[in-house]
Design a protein around this ligand. Structure first.
Ligand code: GRF
Length: 210
């Protein structure tokens, strides 16, 4: 599979994917000058920058995005800090082949600053979610979730560090599961696993719940 990673920030998840040898054929950023672009360049991956300023209309932006993805013959998309909401046309063109990582246990705390939202709310547990992307914001069928405990006295910075560590372990695993067709999105919108769920659970959880 030829993956595109859609970014817009520091790029730590992009680095995690590239470090695990995910075949990333293209990085698309919605911002210029961000850390993620430097990481793509470090790994020799082509970068395309599509900004809101160039394409203020969502549909124009997404049309250009789809053309770019087609030009690079992209099969699957991993979103990692990409802060533009994809239109139905793009989701339909890649349905079941677009995933996103979000730093909370969805459906709790969607949107921006999810780690801080959860921390300020005072949750005892939060975590990381990887899900297929649909037309909504941080919605779509959930593929994997890993919980992170918030111990009393934990600072926001410590929680952010713990969440990002889990993200960097989890995202390449989910990409590998998709590549191996262990998991996919069925026509009826449900997640299907090709291996026994227990085995998948231990495969994913075993790394984190020790
Ligand atoms: C991550 O926390 C991800 O969950 C969220 O945006 C952040 C991107 O961070 N969607 P990075 O650019 O990968 O470091």
């Amino acid at each position: 599979m030829r993956w595109a990673v859609l970014v817009g920030g520091t790029g730590s998840n992009l680095r995690a994917l590239l470090s695990e040898d995910v075949p990333v054929a293209l990085v698309v950023s919605h911002r210029s000058g961000v850390g993620a672009i430097a990481i793509a360049e470090e790994f020799g991956v082509p970068v395309e920058v599509l900004t809101k300023r160039e394409y203020p209309d969502r549909h124009d932006f997404d049309r250009e995005l789809r053309q770019t993805l087609n030009r690079y013959d992209i099969d699957a998309i991993a979103m990692a800090g990409f802060l533009r909401w994809l239109t139905k046309e793009t989701v339909d063109a890649f349905r079941g082949r677009i995933i996103n990582i979000h730093p909370s246990l969805l459906p709790a705390f969607p949107g921006l600053h999810a780690i801080e939202q959860a921390y300020r709310y005072g949750v005892r547990w939060t975590g990381v979610t990887v899900h297929f992307v649909d037309e909504g914001q941080d919605t779509g069928p959930i593929i994997a979730q890993v919980p992170v405990r918030v111990d009393p006295g934990t600072s926001l910075g410590e929680l952010e560090t713990a969440i990002h560590k889990v993200e960097h372990d989890l995202y390449p695993k989910v990409v590998a599961a998709l590549e191996q067709h262990w998991v996919w999105l069925a026509e009826d919108g449900t997640i299907k696993w090709q291996v026994p769920p227990e085995e998948v659970r231990s495969w994913i959880d075993g790394l984190y719940l020790v």
